[in-house]
Design a protein around this ligand. Sequence first.
Ligand SMILES: Nc1ncnc2c1ncn2[C@@H]1O[C@H](COP(=O)(O)OP(=O)(O)OP(=O)(O)O)[C@@H](O)[C@H]1O
Length: 268
Amino acid sequence: MVTSTEAIIKVRGLRNQFGNNVVHQDLDLDVCRGEILGVVGGSGTGKSVLLRSIVGLMTPAAGEINLFGKNLLALPSAERAALEQRVGVLFQQGALFSSLTVLENISLPLIEHAGLTRTEAGEIARVKIALTGLSAHAADLYPSDLSGGMIKRASLARALALDPDILFLDEPTAGLDPIGAAAFDQLLMTLRDAFNLTVFLVTHDLDTLYTACDRIAVLSQKKVLVADRLEVVANLNDPWIQDYFQGPRGRSAFQAVERTGASPTHHQ
Ligand SMILES: Nc1ncnc2c1ncn2[C@@H]1O[C@H](COP(=O)(O)OP(=O)(O)OP(=O)(O)O)[C@@H](O)[C@H]1O
């Protein structure tokens, strides 16, 4: 699939800080429409904080965040809320409501934000459940009845409830076994292709980077050090990048891709 070069997300001069802890300084990033961008970096480099800033869950100390060509931070709150509804977010722990069934969890944004009735929302929620590969009977289960992989899929179904243009995922394959993680990567690519979704994916999973991502952004030294195709990023002369991509796990992920012939370039 061909990703466009149009930046659907444009971050400029971003600064985030908690007390004296400056997490981002002068951070710039473009995310192109239709791409799956993998965001990596050492622990604490601010991947989740970057995600939360872009989706409007926290206000940066300085900088500009353009979503769909509009400066998010300068918009009146109603317009900003409308824009934020065009993004779906899958948080690290899934963040499903434990007292609601899967169907009710997915229905909630449709009732609250799209003004649908319970019945209408339930119908759409069932479509999303099928779309994410969950069996129909999962609809009536509670989060505590679900396996780790099912929780990820149910959370994905909820993130897709309002037909977002951009999907944000924070460590979606963390805690999944390798087969479950590979299946989730495949699902992501299928959904991106089917709906021309743009995907912002925070991950530590090297297999995901090799198989699913069109470009990779590396967070380091409070900035995006590089955002480019894997071949370019993996060969950069930077200690963290070399350790990460050329270390034993990086090499085995690369060899697995070589064996199966799967490669990000095959999706472009
Ligand atoms: N609400 C908060 N209050 C204070 N400090 C915070 C808050 N949220 C994040 N931080 C700090 O911001 C920094 C970046 O955190 P963040 O969770 O974005 O890192 P990360 O790159 O996602 O890490 P990991 O890979 O370990 O999940 C850390 O130093 C963290 O302690």
